[in-house]
Design a protein around this ligand. Structure first.
Ligand code: UD1
Length: 344
């Protein structure tokens, strides 16, 4: 029998790509999503790609009773991938309590229910934001955790601690914390991709919306950083590669391969790219010219961060495979598909 995985936030950007890769690897998937930042149409998209319709429950992870019923209904959930969370850095500064409630209580509910239903493990979506501005680059998993720059970032740090403390207290669960760098791109079929609500805050959706004419100009936030071209540096990771890291993590939990009950891995390429380099790579790989201007720095931005992914490469046996050109082309193809479909 196929093993069943519960994916919270499974209709979101990273969640939907992960559901596809789980199904491609033979897992049976149940999605929970409250659709606060995604649409039920994504379930159709997933089915179109894989030929398999995942089970879908529209539910908020804050709803403990509702979660309890889902675990009871599906019976044999072996492991969880927990994506469901609020993720806008700026909004988290305006609405800290919303972020703390959503992001902390959701995880607590899942951790409480796991032993009751014999769920073996959880893969948690963490972020490189926990490192703040690292002192040493590329950053490794044992770099110190810095004081969070935003309530959003703080929820990632606290959630990591909640998982560690739960395990320390004797909970039988297994956990893998994946610290993502900057996920970008879309599925190569352009059937699923990133769907930001309103004006995008993240670089790639703003960039592709500018390229297609929805936005007039892309603002580059600062060219006076201490980097070779003055713009910020990030490690941009293809969303399908990132999705595959989750499948490997789930395999590792279910096959009892973990060295420790809680493990943490950086999920990045190991390559830092500046905002300006990324813009030029987009122009070169798609042949589309971008209208952009340099403006002042954005409050709270980290100057430069990129991963040392050696641990994920060697221990997890996962490696980012896509080129940045292919990834940017996939983001562009997705934006064009949204236009064709009259969505954006
Ligand atoms: C941030 C968070 C990250 C979170 C992610 C999700 C921090 C340090 N990082 O990533 O944890 O998972 O959001 O939303 O809090 N940029 C422009 N113009 C734009 C948009 C962005 O120049 O219009 C630049 C930014 O200054 C930055 C880079 O592009 O240097 C990437 O920005 P973005 O895509 O927003 O991601 P992060 O801020 O790195």
């Amino acid at each position: 029998m196929k093993e069943r995985i519960l994916v919270t936030g499974g209709t979101g950007f990273i969640g939907s790509h992960t559901v596809v890769e789980l199904q491609n690897s033979g897992y049976d998937v149940v999605i929970i999503d409250n659709l606060s930042n995604s649409s039920a149409d994504v379930v159709d998209g997933i089915e179109k790609i894989t030929g398999i319709r995942p089970d879908f429950e529209q539910l908020d992870c804050l709803d403990y009773e509702g979660l309890d019923k889902v675990f009871a209904k599906y019976g044999n959930i072996k492991s969880i991938i927990h994506f469901a969370a609020s993720k806008a850095v700026g909004e988290s500064v305006q609405k800290p309590l919303l972020y703390y409630r959503n992001n902390l209580v959701s995880l607590i509910n899942l951790l409480e229910l796991m032993p009751k239903y014999g769920v073996k493990g959880i893969v948690f979506s963490s972020s490189c934001t926990v490192y703040g501005q690292p002192d040493v680059l590329p950053v490794t998993e044992d770099a110190p955790i810095k004081v969070a720059e935003s309530p959003y970032g703080n929820t990632k740090q606290i959630n990591e601690e909640i998982i560690r403390d739960t395990i320390k207290s004797g909970s039988p669960i297994q956990a893998i914390l994946l610290r993502y760098f900057n996920p970008i791109g879309a599925h190569p079929t352009a059937i699923i991709g990133e769907m930001p609500n309103g004006v995008p805050q993240n670089l790639i959706p703003f960039l592709t919306q500018t390229a297609i004419g929805i936005r007039e100009k892309l603002s580059v936030f600062g060219d006076d950083y201490n980097t070779p071209d003055g713009s910020c540096i990030r490690d941009y990771i293809n969303v399908v590669d990132l999705a595959k890291a989750h499948v490997v993590a789930i395999d590792r939990i279910l096959q009892d391969k973990q060295d420790e009950q809680v493990e943490v891995f950086n999920i990045g390429t190991g390559r830092g790219l500046s905002v300006l380099e990324l813009i030029h790579a987009f122009e070169e790989s798609t042949g589309v010219k971008l209208n952009y201007q340099i403006v002042g720095r954005r409050a709270g931005d980290i100057e430069q961060v990129w991963a040392n992914p050696d641990k994920a490469n060697n221990v997890l046996g996962w490696k980012a495979e896509s080129t940045i050109e292919d990834t940017l082309r996939s983001a562009w193809k997705w934006q064009q598909k949204l236009r064709e479909d009259g969505v954006q």
